[in-house]
Design a protein around this ligand. Structure first.
Ligand code: LMR
Length: 399
């Protein structure tokens, strides 16, 4: 008897998550995981931040009941997120123009926002950078929204194709949604400068485009507040926009699914409408978010001692990545003199776009047990003192 599901297409797997699973199964002891966007410490472990440990100890000691959170999440966590993103004393917060929901990671926020766009802005199509995080397109298309790409990365120079990007955005229909990485672009590590962000503002306003910021790597670029520059700029300039943010990387709490979605609206009345329809969207999706994630984020952001320690931890993670970038660069320059590896230094955050072809990436994996995403994206945070030399030698061998 044939089953109900025999006609299903086999799932090809996810370009990032499936690769990470393949890495786990690889028995070679010298294997190096540069695939997934996770911060590993110099010993190759996912750190448990001391501030998170203490926040969790306090939560355990309080032994609070665990009711359902409201659909929009914990009020204290949402307030703390707003201050983190927009800054204490922000005008848009004082004017009550910002709606923030705690979501299931920033992916949950992106999906809720995508469903909302599909339902309430049905004529709007989404424009993502070329390239972008592998899952952006799938998420919006999965919500029934048409997705297109705008130029972003110039493979010839390894830098931002800003003129081409601006030209394209300038030609989009009014109401188009433009997905922008607020910092530490995934996958290229190539960001807009502050000046370039400022140049985009009048264009976004005049063309009536709706920015959708993805802020998953806050703190890994220049600093926690510094990496919120684009969020604060757009808010100060009076634009309406979405921002999905994550604590997965910045607090090293990946599996807690701690994130939020904020929408900056034209005024308070509009914000109330947006909140209502986002609540309806969440209720239809997963009903309400996780209480443990809210507790951690709230405590770390609002307890002064925990907050201070968190900021120091984030700075240490950022600085370790910068140092290992310099080391890799030094090793590659020595191994392949005359070749330009400067992009490892200029690209920021967790990722670098290596320019390696899919065939070269396959060789790295098969012959050297070094795992990168097939686009050539490398998670620099997977490098450490114990594997950087072997990795540089493997790169030099396939280049
Ligand atoms: C990544 O880009 O590797 C991370 O954001 C993890 C993921 O879910 O893809």
């Amino acid at each position: 008897m044939s089953g109900f599901f025999a006609h299903l297409e086999p799932y090809a797997g996810d370009p990032i998550l499936s690769l990470n699973e393949a890495f786990q199964k690889d028995a070679r002891p010298h294997k190096v995981n540069l695939s997934i966007g996770i911060y590993f410490d110099d010993a190759g472990r996912i750190p448990v931040l001391d501030c998170v440990r203490r926040a969790e100890a306090a939560l355990l000691a309080e032994s609070r009941p665990k009711p359902y959170l409201p659909i929009e999440g914990s009020p204290a966590m949402r307030r703390a997120v707003q201050a983190l993103l927009f800054g204490e004393g922000s005008r848009v917060l004082a004017d009550e123009r910002v709606v923030t929901l705690q979501t299931v990671g920033s992916s949950g926020g992106l999906k809720v926002g995508a469903d909302f766009i599909r339902r309430w802005l049905p004529a709007s199509e989404v424009w993502v950078s070329d390239p972008t995080w592998d899952n952006h397109r799938a998420m919006f298309e999965g919500a029934g929204v048409k997705v297109h790409a705008y130029p972003y990365y110039d493979a010839a120079t390894g830098a931002l194709a800003f003129d081409a990007m601006r030209e394209k955005l300038d030609a989009l229909p009014a109401g188009s949604v433009v997905l922008l990485h607020a910092c530490c672009h995934n996958p290229t590590g190539v960001d807009l400068s502050r000046e370039q962000w400022r140049t985009l503002v009048p264009l976004l306003r005049q063309r009536r485009l709706l920015p959708y910021l993805d802020l998953a790597y806050q703190g890994y670029g220049d600093g926690i507040a510094e990496d919120a520059f684009a969020v604060r700029l757009l808010a100060d300039e009076g634009l309406s926009f979405f921002v999905a943010n994550s604590f997965s990387k910045s607090m090293s709490v990946y599996g807690e699914r701690a994130g939020a979605l904020s929408v900056v609206c034209a005024d308070r009345a509009e914000a109330a409408l947006v909140m209502g329809q986002l609540q309806a969207t969440v209720r239809r999706n997963y009903s309400s978010p996780a209480i443990h994630a809210a507790g951690i984020v709230e405590k770390v952001l609002t307890d002064p001692a925990l907050r201070r320690d968190w900021e120091a931890d984030v700075a240490a993670m950022r600085e370790r990545i910068a140092a290992i970038r310099r080391r890799l660069h030094e090793l590659l320059v020595a191994a392949r003199p005359g070749r330009d590896f400067g992009y490892f230094l200029s690209q920021r955050g967790m990722f670098s776009y290596t320019g390696l072809s899919a065939a070269q990436v396959d060789r790295l994996r098969e012959e050297h047990a070094v795992y990168l995403v097939r686009s050539g994206r490398m998670c620099v945070a997977g490098l450490n003192g114990g594997n950087v030399e072997r990795t540089a030698a493997a790169f030099a061998a396939v280049l």
